[in-house]
Design a protein around this ligand. Sequence first.
Ligand code: AMP
Length: 189
Amino acid sequence: MINLVLFGPPGAGKGTQSEKLIQKYGFVHISTGDLFRWHTKNDTPLGKRVKEIMNSGALVPDEITIAMLKEELDKNPQAKGFLFDGFPRTVPQAEALDKFMQANNTAIHYVIALEVTEEEVRNRIAKRRTIENRVDDEEEKLNKRITEYFTKTIHVLPYYKNQRRLNTVHGIGDIGEIFNNIATIIDKK
Ligand code: AMP
């Protein structure tokens, strides 16, 4: 079993790279953003709780996010491996993920951070907004989401770096080339 965390700011290309990684390695994809969007779209009790928070561009509280993630892990006992996309976004989430992995006698084997500058992130999100029309990507939320990343989520990186689990990949440029750089890290170990 191989488990991977794909890390990076909103608009860094995590979704695109996740699709390619799933195709090549057969990961079960766990995107907490996609899960929250599913819940809000289907107006579930969880969706009702997080709708306003998501619409503001803020992070959903750890307690809610971690519980949803645990449920998703429990739904996939046969998984060959998980690809976590958009999770963890805080140190308590990273710690909870390690605990869940340990409880299943496994671990997070790779943490790959896509490095993209704030300016590039803003350009990419603006482009994606015109293509996908994602509700959480409206103009007024953009600053908040980027701020959440650069003030809160970024602190997850030292957590993994101190444990020598962090790999960084330059996230700007050709999609195929970025993918090859990620695959090289995975295949090397
Ligand atoms: P994403 O598509 O990953 O950018 O997620 C969209 C939104 O869902 C975020 O702006 C947050 O409101 C919420 N969200 C997704 N993942 C998390 C997480 N790990 N922790 C807290 N909030 C999250």
